[in-house]
Design a protein around this ligand. Structure first.
Ligand SMILES: [Zn+2]
Length: 302
């Protein structure tokens, strides 16, 4: 599982601060999460192949989370894309994008599929044989969802020396990976545990931006491998959290601790601050394993 931060700042873009966008590589998928202004350029800078992006998840319709989308959709057309593009976003985004395409007479030649979200309950919105994606309903000034990306249970690992020794035909490898006992070439039943190893535990990534402190998300993100939780403000500016419906670094860390996640990544920093080290030290007073997101930074969770 690999996460690349294309932008991790709130509100207005500047030379060194891009609004929210991230790329998550998980089990052969390359998911784009939010698409703030400048996302196309950051995708180029980080050498992300455009054709690998087939699913885009938009948290909410504040501009710093989607103003880059129509540009990206249009660029895909100019690059003569043919493969489907799926967009998961709050109801209303389809109308915005289609109006822009209509007025510029630039309909995509590739299928553009909108999945409009309006539920206030967590729901499964994407699934393939290896990964599931659920919404995480957040509390913000407009309808907002975070997203939980979950690997499915991995297959058991075959020990090639042991299966050869046990005289098991290759045709049974599939069954072994699924956890079944199988017969060997001499008709003897071989116990699965004898020739396979436990798989790696499945990983998960929870993206939670933008939101006020909200303990209702804890059961959804419980025990996840990595949590990205917005930390727009420091504790000294906590008074700003309620009217703007954002969180402090300390609040993000409290959610991480209560949800028992392995790693917390902070981001969506207000541009009022010049240095982000204080976000880390503040969060670390509550939760130990804290990382700071930074535009252009890649995190590997293998
Ligand atoms: Zn917002």
């Amino acid at each position: 599982m690999k996460l690349t931060i294309l932008g991790c700042h709130s509100a207005t873009p500047s030379i060194n601060a891009n609004p929210t966008a991230q790329v998550l590589e998980i089990k052969n998928n390359m998911f784009l999460i939010d698409c703030g202004e400048g996302t196309q350029v950051e995708l180029r800078r980080n050498k992300v192949k455009f054709s690998r992006i087939k699913h885009i998840f938009i948290s909410h319709l504040h501009g710093d989370h989607y103003f880059g989308l129509v540009g990206l959709v249009n660029t895909f057309s100019l690059l003569t894309r043919e493969t489907e593009l799926h967009i998961y976003a709050p109801k209303g985004l389809k109308e915005v994008i289609l109006l822009q395409m209509k007025l510029s007479a630039s309909w995509t030649k590739y299928p553009l599929v909108f999945h409009e979200l309006s539920s206030n309950e967590s729901e499964l919105i994407y699934e393939d044989d290896k990964v599931e994606v659920y919404t995480i309903p957040l509390k913000h000034r407009v309808y907002t969802n975070g997203f939980l990306f979950k690997e499915k249970e991995n297959e058991r690992k075959i020990d090639i020396n042991l299966v050869t020794e046990a005289n098991i035909d290759k045709a049974y490898f599939r069954k072994l990976k699924q956890g079944f006992d199988v017969e060997n070439e001499d008709g003897v039943l071989i116990s699965n545990a004898k020739v396979t190893k436990d798989p790696l535990p499945p990983k998960s990534y929870a993206f939670c931006s933008d939101t006020v402190y909200n303990e209702a998300i804890i059961p959804i993100i419980k025990d996840c491998t990595v949590l990205y939780h917005e930390s727009t403000f420091l504790d000294k500016n906590e008074a700003l959290c309620i009217p703007t419906k954002h969180s402090t670094a300390k609040q993000a860390a409290t959610i991480a601790k209560k949800a028992n996640v392995e790693t917390l990544i902070l981001g969506h920093y207000s541009t009022r601050y010049n240095s982000y080290e204080e976000f880390k030290s503040e969060a670390k007073t509550v939760f130990d394993n804290v990382l700071l997101s930074k535009d252009g930074k890649t995190f590997n969770f293998d």
